[in-house]
Design a protein around this ligand. Structure first.
Ligand code: IPM
Ligand code: MG
Length: 353
């Protein structure tokens, strides 16, 4: 197996280094893979002028899985859009056809007080957000900013084909089958035709999954319900943009965005694994970032691409033990726990693998 390692920008290299140590520890236990580094995002722009250079395209196309840190930084925000780091991320998702983005939001009981919501609201939280990742307004054409009648107008296109909706719906129904068999589909069908089609196609797809209980929710209500009573959700399926927003919201229920891993899969379980947070330039290079989302992303890689459930569980139990022993990076720190840096958090995980 070949894993491409794209550390990216900001805190990316620090957090990916810890996930790599965890993978290496499992390798010495018999897991077989090669790691190959590559450039994506701002670091790629600096080196080659492009956020997703040809060499990286070849690397990730040949790899079985990709581990990604984070991309972006304020120094790139004024570049033309096609040269921005975020474009590298969108291109890699599109190139590899990674349409299914799984974002689990799980509350570790030890972190109940780190959440901004009351512990009794979030205790036991375990949601899986299934976000469509290669369509919607993110990729829709036409798009642009142009002059019309003496002023600038900006526009984008929200578009989904029924095939795109059906394939992500299937992923979500199948995921629900492995969990509590409840699926909530989120749309804005009261206003947007595109999401009326979304609702229709998800409803049709449900006929093949009579054992899964399907409900529908408008996105504004879903945003509210996530903070009002988040435990009502099991699996949530939604489009690219609503999924982007709701997954950031869900992350805060778990105490910190630094805790949420993700998997982005194609139809053959090739995957890109990354924390859902960004490159956090303000704390980059300070050994302050939380590496747990990235380490948990490595566990998802073992589970989904390599079918190595045992290795995945070992990583996840190590995370639980380390949190139970009181280790905390600054984002989840509270008085009475032990504040550690990025590398020391990695040490603690390794000691428990
Ligand atoms: C995410 C990020 C990206 C997205 C950005 C960096 C392009 O917010 O992975 O959630 O919007 O998909
Ligand atoms: Mg996002």
């Amino acid at each position: 197996m070949k894993i491409a390692i794209l550390a990216g920008d900001g805190i990316g290299p620090e957090i990916v280094a810890q996930a790599v140590r965890v993978l290496e520890a499992l390798r010495s236990d018999g897991l077989k893979f090669e790691l190959e580094p590559g450039l994506l995002g701002g670091c790629a722009v600096d080196a080659t002028g492009e956020p997703f250079p040809e060499a990286t395209r070849r690397l990730v196309s040949d790899a079985d899985a990709v581990m990604l840190g984070a991309v972006g930084g304020p120094q790139y925000d004024t570049l033309p859009r096609e040269q921005r780091p975020e474009q590298g991320l969108l291109s890699i998702r599109k190139t590899l056809n990674l349409f299914a983005n799984l974002r689990p939001a799980v509350l570790y009981p030890e972190l109940a007080n780190a959440s901004t919501l009351k512990p009794e609201v979030v205790m036991g939280l375990d949601i899986l957000i299934v976000r469509e990742l290669t369509g919607d307004i993110y990729f829709g054409e036409p798009r642009g900013i142009e002059q019309r009648r003496g002023q600038r107008v900006g526009y984008n296109t929200m578009i989904y084909s029924e095939a795109e909706i059906r394939r992500i719906a299937k992923v979500a129904f199948q995921a629900a089958r492995k969990r509590n068999r409840r699926l909530c589909s989120v749309d804005k069908m009261n206003v947007l035709e595109c999401t009326q089609l979304w609702r229709d196609v998800v409803t049709e797809t449900a006929q093949d999954y009579p054992d899964v209980e399907l409900s529908h929710m408008l996105v504004d209500n879903a945003a509210m319900q996530l903070v009002r009573n988040p435990r009502q959700f099991d699996v949530v399926v939604t489009g690219n943009m609503f999924g982007d927003i709701l997954s950031d919201e869900a992350s805060m229920l778990t105490g910190s965005i630094g805790m949420l891993p993700s998997a982005s899969l194609d139809d053959r379980n090739k995957g890109l694994y990354e924390p859902i947070h960004g490159s956090a330039p303000d704390i980059a290079g300070k050994d302050a970032a939380n590496p747990l989302a990235t380490i948990l992303s490595a566990a998802m890689m073992l589970r989904y691409t390599f079918d190595e459930e045992a290795g995945a569980s070992r990583i996840e139990s190590a995370v639980k033990k380390v949190l139970a022993s009181g280790y905390r990076t600054q984002d989840i720190y509270e008085p009475g726990t032990k504040k550690v840096g990025t590398a020391a958090m990695g040490d603690a995980i390794l000691a428990n693998i």
